[in-house]
Design a protein. Structure first.
Length: 320
């Protein structure tokens, strides 16, 4: 009887282990597929923009913004997607403490630039499609001149801001009698330490609040674009001469493409934020919740290059 019960227990344990193993393998394959598609899409589009700049010597304002968006997405995919996929295949603890900090720094800079570039694109598109008799009429001429400077400032701000928090934590932890470290957090590919509430407050002020503000600005710009497009459509239907406005139709297609890109970003950003908040406030988050959050956080960098290709059939043919 004892042998029978022991054998039955071992059988159940083996079945459970097989289920966990197959579950982890399935998730690892999903991560690998997502990473491969995202990296190929981003690098193909980046190659196109670099080649286009090399041939013509300049890029349009929207192309310049999109190129930096692709660079930011590539940083996120390489610094987050690759280690996450390796961890899913049980290749763990491949980075030391410094490597882990550097990895998170690149992730945050890439994420910040992704948000900043998408916001800049939506605001710029709103300004350019606004009527000449609107309050944006002066900015329609000036805006293209400041796109390069705006992108440069975004890079500088995110490079510096994301350095402040680790430098602060390092200076505090180096003081005698410092008790700022509360617990270790394991990410699979590396582990790092959570710190005191003061550094968390600094993170909220310098990182989270600007991200929410830029997202709100994106939503406002997208709403303005929808309103402008709707009003333009009504005017065209009233005049009944839509074929005589080729420039407007080109602008409408570009605006709709920008709206699709911004809507996708905002949707995945809110989903990722919800999952992240649930994980933070749960003592023992489930396996499904953790991995769903990882998948959702990488969806925009994966999908965005194909949304950009869709706006121009020539670009998509060249990239593929």
């Amino acid at each position: 009887l004892f042998i029978h019960r022991n054998g039955s227990h071992n059988l159940k344990t083996n079945i459970l282990n097989d289920r966990i193993g197959s579950r982890d393998l399935t998730m690892a394959i999903i991560f690998l597929s997502q990473m491969t598609v995202g990296i190929l899409g981003n690098f193909a589009l980046l190659r196109h923009y670099v080649f286009h700049y090399h041939i013509k010597g300049r890029l349009r304002c929207t192309e310049l913004i999109l190129m930096h968006l692709i660079i930011a997405n590539s940083l996120v995919m390489l610094s987050k997607g690759v280690p996450k996929t390796l961890a899913a295949f049980e290749v763990k603890d491949i980075f030391n403490e410094f490597g882990c900090k550097l990895l998170f720094y690149v992730q945050r800079v890439g994420r910040g630039m992704s948000i900043g570039s998408t916001c800049l694109l939506s605001v710029f598109q709103t300004i350019m499609i606004s009527p000449m008799n609107s309050c944006w009429k002066d900015l329609k001429v000036k805006a293209p001149k400041y796109i390069g400077l705006s992108i440069f400032l975004f890079w500088i701000i995110y490079l510096i801001v994301n350095l402040i928090i680790p430098m602060y934590v390092l200076s505090v932890s180096g003081k005698p009698g410092s008790q700022n470290i509360t617990k270790n957090r394991d990410y699979g590919y590396c582990s790092t330490s959570d710190h005191d509430t003061l550094s968390e407050s600094l993170y909220v002020i310098l990182i989270v609040f600007p991200e929410i503000s830029l997202t709100g600005l994106m939503i406002w710009a997208s709403s303005s674009m929808v309103f402008i497009l709707h009003r333009h459509k009504q005017q065209v239907e009233y005049i009944h001469r839509a074929n005589h406005f080729p420039r407007s139709s080109v602008e409408s297609r570009a605006t709709q493409s920008t709206l699709a890109l911004v809507s996708t970003f905002v949707s995945f950003y809110f989903l990722s934020s919800i999952f992240h908040v649930c994980i933070v406030f749960m003592d023992n988050p489930s396996w499904w919740l953790m991995n769903t959050n990882k998948l959702v956080s990488e969806c925009f960098p994966t999908v965005s290059p194909f949304l950009i290709m869709r706006r121009d059939s020539t670009v998509s043919r060249l990239c593929f």
